[in-house]
Design a protein around this ligand. Structure first.
Ligand SMILES: *Cc1c(COP(=O)(O)O)cnc(C)c1O
Length: 717
């Protein structure tokens, strides 16, 4: 179960480094490393969904032998291996260059989900992908970060749509041995490294490590023979089961996470709770401090000083809370050994006016001295939302700041776009993107070539759509309507909108269908047609979300739309890549102010796909009039859906469609390409993971490592 050796049968000595390469996800954001695997067997590379371990296991040994004696292959191999060695071992990084005195200090980053790569399906959406991008960017910058999360053996879920559009959730296949996860063992080689008490019995907690470049991510696992059957299945699935399951998972994440780090000898200087799910990590550290002889007050001060908390949603349902009784049942009387009253300890999670409820976000807010939302707007909204915790301050003075999310450029920008930037900006540009003047050159990209590259990427998406439909048709679809709904009638030359996100009602996927006749006229226009590609899962327990999805799906089969509305099943990181690189415009319609940030529009921007969106989340600060389109806030009196829909149609009719279909003699839409270039500049200069992690380092991690006080008072209520 451990090491590459048992998973990868045999490699010729000359290329044996492929095994090490496959065991670190660093390959996933290196163009050359990906090319190295693809070159072994291109078809198998696609069939394994870009999984090098699967590829090396299944490939015909003769093909590897051929590579091992092919001089061109070996040249690429040597250069990839040299860079891999350098990037995972040398000490010359952005972090050591700026903060050499802080060598050896580590940041523990706790999150309930990590979206690292499709082959490790332990994420559901935006939060997880953001955590993955955070780790990758930290690796690139040399920030000494360690991730802590949970291993969900059945992943999230696979989405299948019935013909009537109802989403059915099936278990996701997840073969741990086909991933670079390595199981850690305890001192006696037992498969657990620590024990956590819950529901009155000990749960043994195992841990797996996955390397993300330089960053190790530890994933906790309770599916061990020594455990009670109920505890073995605790971590089956992400966000599945009721609040009780959720509470127990979060207890293991927080308490088990701290203990696993202790067990493997990691002593973080800074602890980052990414979202309230991880708040029990702070309680466990309180317990440690009190056990070491400090008073609760001293312990709180110490934990606060070294803790960072990021909140991720302004939607109340996104903030977990549990009754004191539930917490007590799961956690036990943890206050007793600490010598404090139950109400004192659990009161750390109480929100004024809501007695006997333990809010994860409130606990994390009380126990962290550095707190942020994930966009400028979300910072404001969060100060409002939590202002009662500081009753003596006006909302503006509530000490919650913001660090706007970003996306990992090397993961999300398509290779041909990167090549164009290589030529324009010179090699190594992606390692110094903080220079705004560099990005000012991007609007000089050659329009004809950029358009050509975009058309190629669009063709890749349309080919995938067709192949995917063909495969599902042969496999299980029995009705032609399914095949049409999957986008087989889409036209690669038509203006194509992408809308892919979780189907939560506030994201308003069905807003474009507000006026059916108006939309139908646009879609069915014989000269300048408009088409829309949807993707996204509804949370299994979110019935209203599933109903929106069903409504959207029904339009894919409505002949009035002539097959120009499509729904792609099973949105995941792989599909996200193809969509953000291959559609013409990215649509985002959250009901203001319910979107904390949103990140898929940033990914689209990196690929020259401009966004059309309501002024919420990142778009509220990113929209500059050059790089996309905005729906201004609806008036106070108005019914926002009707007004927003009207503005959306008007933008499409008056701006997007004319701009897209106005071509020069070569068939290039020059005005559109102008928007594309500004979209790349905007996303690249301000919304990358590199910028985001640098912000965390400067504003929070480094000051906390240096023991500087944040200057912010703890909540007083
Ligand atoms: C980026 C991403 C998301 C988040 O997108 P939003 O814009 O925040 O809705 C969700 N799922 C996947 C698979 C992603 O890649």
């Amino acid at each position: 179960m451990s090491g590459a050796d048992t998973r990868i049968p045999y490699l010729p000595a000359r290329v044996e480094g492929l095994a090490a390469l496959a065991m670190n996800l660093r390959w996933s954001w290196s163009r050359d490393a990906r090319a190295l695997f693809r070159a072994i067997d291109e078809l198998l590379w696609h069939q394994t969904h870009h999984n090098p371990l699967q590829l090396l296991r299944r490939v015909d040994p003769a093909r590897i032998a051929a590579c091992a004696s092919d001089p061109a292959y070996l040249r690429l191999y040597d250069s990839v291996m040299e860079r891999f060695r350098r990037e995972t071992t040398t000490d010359e990084t952005w972090f050591t260059e700026h903060y050499g005195d802080l060598r050896g200090r580590q940041v523990a980053y706790f999150c309930a989900e990590f979206g690292l790569h499709n082959s490790v399906p332990i994420y559901s959406g935006g939060l997880g992908v953001l955590a993955g991008d955070h780790c990758k960017s930290a690796s690139d910058l040399g920030v000494p970060l360690v991730g802590v999360g949970l291993l969900y053996e059945k992943g999230y879920f696979d989405q299948r749509l019935r013909l009537d559009g109802w989403q059915e959730d099936t278990d996701e296949e997840f073969d741990v041995s086909a991933t670079p996860l390595v199981q850690l063992t305890g001192p006696g080689r037992e498969p657990f490294v620590t024990v956590v008490e819950t529901c009155g019995r000990p749960v043994h907690v195992g841990a797996w490590r996955i390397m993300v470049g330089r960053v190790p991510v530890y994933l906790l696992d309770t599916n061990l023979e020594v455990n009670h059957p109920e505890d073995r299945s605790l971590m089956n699935k992400l966000y599945a089961g009721g609040p009780d399951m959720r509470l127990r998972q979060e207890w293991i994440l927080g308490v088990g996470g701290v203990r696993v780090l202790r067990a493997v000898g990691i002593d973080p200087a800074v602890w980052h709770a990414n979202e309230g799910h991880a708040a029990f990590m702070l309680l466990e550290r309180l317990r440690e401090q009190v056990a070491a002889g400090r008073t609760l007050e001293e312990a709180v001060a110490r934990v606060r000083a070294t803790s960072v908390f990021t909140t991720h949603t302004p939607v109340p349902a996104g903030h977990d809370f549990f009754s004191f009784e539930e917490v007590e049942r799961v956690a036990g009387p943890i206050w007793e050994p600490m010598g404090v009253a139950r109400e004192t300890l659990l009161g750390l999670g109480e929100f004024p006016g809501q007695p006997d409820l333990f809010h994860m976000t409130v606990a994390a807010t009380r126990l962290s001295s550095r707190i942020n939302g994930v966009s400028r707007r979300h910072g404001q909204v969060s100060r409002q939302l939590w202002r009662e915790l500081w009753p003596n301050r006006p909302a503006e003075a509530v000490p919650i700041g913001h660090i706007t999310n970003g996306v990992h450029l090397e993961t999300w920008m398509a290779t041909p776009i990167r090549r164009m930037l290589d030529e324009l900006l010179g090699p190594g540009w992606n390692r110094r993107p903080e220079d705004p003047r560099m990005w000012d050159q991007v609007p000089r990209l050659d329009p004809e070539r950029l358009w050509q590259v975009h058309v190629e990427l669009k063709n890749v998406l349309f080919r995938l759509i067709r192949e995917d439909a063909r495969w599902r048709f042969a496999d299980r679809w029995r009705e032609a309507a399914h095949v049409v709904g999957a986008g087989t009638l889409l036209d690669p030359a038509a203006l194509t909108i992408g809308f892919a996100r979780r189907f939560a009602t506030y994201k308003r996927a069905s807003l474009v269908f507000h006026d059916l006749e108006r939309l139908r006229r646009l879609a069915a226009d014989p000269y300048r047609p408009l088409q829309i590609v949807f993707a996204g899962k509804a949370h299994p327990a979110d019935t209203p979300g599933k109903e929106v999805l069903q409504r959207v799906y029904q339009f894919t089969r409505d002949p009035a739309f002539q097959g120009r509305v499509a729904f792609l099943e099973d949105y995941d990181m792989h599909l996200a890549h193809l969509l953000v690189q291959g559609v013409d415009v990215w649509l985002n319609l959250p009901r203001v102010p319910l979107e904390a940030s949103g990140t898929s529009g940033m990914k689209a921007g990196l690929n020259g796909v401009p966004q059309l969106g309501t002024l919420d989340g990142w778009w509220q600060e990113g929209y500059d009039g050059l790089s996309g389109w905005a729906i201004p806030p609806a008036g106070e009196e108005a019914e926002p859906d009707a007004e927003d829909a009207d503005r959306l149609y008007r933008l499409l009719e008056e701006q997007l469609i004319p701009l897209f279909y106005t071509r020069d003699a070569q068939g290039v839409p020059l005005g559109w390409v102008e928007k594309m270039r500004y979209a790349i500049r905007l996303a690249g200069s301000r919304f990358t993971g590199r910028r985001m992690v640098q912000d965390y380092v400067r504003a929070y991690y480094v000051p906390a490592m240096r023991g500087e006080a944040s200057g912010d008072d703890p909540p007083t209520a």
